[in-house]
Design a protein around this ligand. Structure first.
Ligand SMILES: [Zn+2]
Ligand SMILES: [Zn+2]
Length: 832
């Protein structure tokens, strides 16, 4: 039995309790423990049954044993026993009993015991304060501290560290200053134990200088004090100071512990230095801490941020794998760099270990599923989330909304969203972006206004996505409304939002408004310049675009690839061939920009439209990468303008090899043959189209009226104003015919007679939209129409005449660019 006791001995002093560490051990060791041996002898029967002699020390040992064994049932039984036998417990033993209740979180009993204790000392108070703090009864804890002070108990290092920790838990570290004053008064400031606690509190407040004063005042600095100061520097963006202090620490002969190393790695992260991270990694290997979960975790962080994911993975594989944080971190790393499969592999492994995933793991793996559009896997993860009951947790629900949105299932996203009681701005933004990216601009804007009504705070992302939604349906009035909302917020000076505004106004038809936003911006960056240059190019205002490009370089802003897309298409729009060629060469030579497919497309269009067709073909042949459909289509456009059937044929062949169902190409070819009066070929094109089952994407046009979008399809009679629209079309028809317009029925690829073709052409979506605008918009006001496909050639011809007949400015944005019609001409000069 004696041996049994000795074996159990070390468990007497639980690590985190200073009460045992500092007083009870010596106290207990002084006494012979015959009576306590008797206490245990009867374990399993009555706890203190037959023993003839038992005193306070015996009980104390019994309580300690219960604490070590985490056995609160036995603890209570021993307590009852002591009460039955006359309550012979002294203050020392009662404090241990109090500590037992505190350790087991039985705060009510601890409280009761404290109240009934015949006398109390500092230890009693501190024990109960800690118990209160642990269970969140912070006010009670502070009140007890006041009482301790009031009743004149000793204020020593334990009291101070406890109360400092309490303030940290209460998120009121500033109160540490008052305690500091008291500490100085009582002369404890040089104590390493108190100093470290003070350091910690000041560090949390960001009072680095105060922390340093405390540190300098500590007489015998131990590793905890050094580490505390190094962490303080690392946590408060003083990475260099942290490193300096560390070298002083090593000179003084101390070796770093895992917390020191973790802080140093944090410093290397804030200095963005992988080299430093690596040298601290070396240091951790030397001190055998490289497998520590904290050190490993921070090493993972530094390698993932600034190094190779492979190095990060190697660290991950080496450290103990039972820590959900490390697993989640690794999954997140892979998801962030779009290595989604690897993220899923890690997640599956994690489930097998098994490590229970938390919100963070789920949110990262759902991100990976969303990135890879892995709906099946995503659904499985969703099932798991529901099982664990995390589906209404915002950190998991938002990635779920995103997953379904990315996979095109907005209904599922909406269901999750409506089940959320605590949806936040991220949830709303995710939905708005989701609708916008799927092409449901109207839905996105509807949600945006609901979000506004619900008074959810809006961010850069919100405004930028709402503006993009406006672009997708060319809703300039709504864009203006969003703009006026932005003007009322602090984001009115935000570069990202302003750049979105420039882009939006330009793409919604008002280059003037775009330029106004640009002019009032405090600091224009590259993106602002690009947005405006590309905007001018889109509007066919090439000279303005090139003027801006010059101004941009005068302002010492370095152009990038996007800038040159704008510049080259500007040259193409105004036929500046040689200038365009020299810009193209300068792009690679002066700025080191590798030409992208978009640049090649601009060049093919530039050379083709100006009639230098062979040169264009040679240019394409010299390309180092395989030309895309866009490049060939640009050249085909040139062939159509200059009626080069042979080269046009070649272009069409190349396009149809890559995209056999490309309807635009058939239409362009048919137009080309018709222009060359090669009617047999026209018939052949139609036949081949039918044989291949080419489906025409239905043409749609939009117009905004009083902030509402009116959409029209070819021959669509569902609009409430249909009768008026038809009447207006008839009237326009008569007027333009008189003005000399001859319909070009070759744009219709059906085998029907010309009369019917003429009727079909007349109900093209853009004309329905135009007729509606003429009826509804006040006389003289400009008209802006958006088309989802390429502007039809015959409608283009008709719109020119109509603009003259009705004396109104008409703007049409088709899939490629803007056409501004004014008094019988178009800004594109019929080249598009
Ligand atoms: Zn048309
Ligand atoms: Zn035009």
């Amino acid at each position: 039995m004696i041996r049994f006791l000795r074996l159990r001995g070390p468990k007497f002093w639980p690590v985190f309790s200073f009460v045992q560490r500092n007083t009870s051990s010596a106290h207990l060791r002084r006494r012979s423990s015959l009576s306590s041996a008797a206490l245990y002898a009867v374990e399993g029967e009555d706890y203190i049954g037959r023993s003839p002699v038992f005193d306070s020390y015996a009980y104390a040992r019994a309580f300690q044993e219960c604490i070590a064994e985490v056995d609160h049932v036995r603890g209570r039984a021993v307590h009852c026993h002591s009460l039955k036998h006359g309550g012979c417990l002294d203050l020392f033993c009662l404090n241990i009993l109090l500590n037992m209740y505190a350790k087991f979180d039985i705060v009510d009993d601890a409280c009761l015991l404290f109240a009934e204790m015949p006398e109390r000392n500092m230890v009693s108070f501190v024990t109960l304060i800690q118990a209160y703090a642990k269970c969140g009864k912070l006010i009670e804890a502070v009140q007890l501290f006041h009482r301790l002070h009031r009743e004149g108990h000793q204020l020593n290092q334990f009291v101070f560290t406890t109360v400092l920790k309490l303030f940290v838990v209460m998120e009121l570290p500033e109160l540490g200053r008052h305690v500091h004053a008291c500490i100085c008064r009582l002369g404890h400031e040089s104590n390493a134990y108190v100093g470290a606690a003070l350091l910690g509190t000041y560090s949390l407040c960001g009072y680095v200088d105060e922390a340093r004063k405390v540190f300098d005042g500590i007489v015998e600095k131990d590793i905890v004090a050094w580490t505390g100061m190094i962490s303080c520097y690392a946590d408060n963006d003083c990475a260099e100071d942290a490193l300096q202090l560390f070298s002083r620490m090593t000179i003084s002969g101390l070796r770093p512990n895992n917390i020191t190393l973790t802080s140093l790695i944090k410093a290397s992260v804030s200095l963005s230095s992988l080299t430093l991270g690596k040298s601290i990694h070396g240091c951790s290997i030397k001190t055998c801490y490289e497998l520590d979960r904290y050190v490993g975790g921070s090493l993972l962080d530094v390698y993932a941020k600034y190094g190779d994911i492979k190095d990060a993975r190697a660290i991950f594989e080496a450290v103990p794998q039972n820590d959900v944080i490390l697993w989640s971190f690794m999954i997140a790393c892979y998801a962030q760099i779009d290595q989604n499969e690897e993220a899923l592999v890690i997640f599956m492994r994690m489930m097998r270990v098994p490590v229970e995933p938390n919100e963070y793991s789920f949110s990262s793996v759902l991100q990976a599923c969303a990135n890879s559009r892995g709906l099946d896997m995503g659904r499985q993860v969703h099932g798991r989330v529901v099982k664990i009951g995390l589906d209404t947790e915002i950190f998991v629900a938002n990635p779920l909304i995103n997953l379904y949105a990315k996979c095109g299932n907005m209904d599922a996203s909406m269901v999750i969203f409506s089940d959320l009681s605590n949806s936040n701005d991220v949830s709303w933004n995710t939905l708005i972006v989701g609708y916008m990216q799927l092409g449901f601009g109207e839905e996105a804007l509807k949600l945006f206004s609901q979000m506004h009504v619900a008074q959810v705070p809006k961010s850069q992302v919100t405004y930028s996505s709402a503006l993009q939604a406006c672009v997708s349906i060319a809703a300039i009035e709504q864009a203006r409304q969003v703009h006026s909302l932005i003007a009322k917020t602090t984001l009115s000076d935000d570069a990202v939002v302003s750049n979105s505004l420039i882009d939006t106004y330009a793409k919604c038809g008002s280059i003037k408004d775009a330029h106004k936003v640009f002019d009032v911006m405090k600091e224009c960056d590259l993106i602002s310049w690009n947005a405006l240059i590309c905007g001018y190019a889109l509007h066919g205002l090439g000279t303005n675009a090139l003027g801006l490009f010059k101004k941009m370089r005068d302002n010492k802003v370095e152009p990038n690839g996007v800038t040159f897309v704008g510049v080259l298409s500007a040259c193409s729009n105004v036929g500046l061939v040689d200038q365009g060629l020299s810009y193209f060469n300068s792009m690679a030579e002066d700025y080191g920009i590798v030409p992208s497919m978009e640049h090649y497309t601009c060049m093919a269009s530039l050379l083709g439209r100006s009639g230098r067709l062979n040169e264009a073909k040679e240019f394409i042949d010299r390309m180092t990468v395989k030309p895309s459909v866009m490049v060939w289509r640009a050249l085909l456009g040139g062939c159509l303008i200059h009626k080069n059937i042979e080269l046009g044929n070649l272009c069409a062949e190349r396009i149809l090899e890559m995209e056999p169902q490309d309807e635009t190409t058939y239409v362009l070819m048919s137009n080309l043959y018709a222009a060359g009066k090669s009617w047999d070929h026209v018939a052949l094109v139609r036949k081949s189209m039918r044989a291949k089952g080419v489906k025409k994407e239905p043409g749609r046009s939009w117009i905004e009226f009083h902030g509402e979008i009116h959409s029209f399809c070819m021959g669509d009679y569902s609009h409430p104003d249909t009768r008026a629209i038809n009447a207006m079309l008839e009237w326009l028809h008569i007027k333009v015919n008189r003005a000399g317009y001859v319909p070009d029925v070759n744009v219709v690829l059906h085998d029907i007679d010309d009369d019917k073709k003429e009727r079909i052409v007349w109900v093209h979506s853009e004309r329905l939209a135009l007729a509606f605008a003429v009826i509804r918009l006040p006389p003289g006001s400009p008209i802006c129409i958006i088309k989802n496909l390429r502007f039809c050639q015959d409608c283009h011809a008709a719109f020119k005449v109509i603009s003259k007949v009705i004396q109104r400015d008409i703007t049409v944005r088709d899939i490629n660019r803007f056409h501004h019609f004014e008094d019988g001409t178009c800004s594109c000069g019929d080249y598009w």
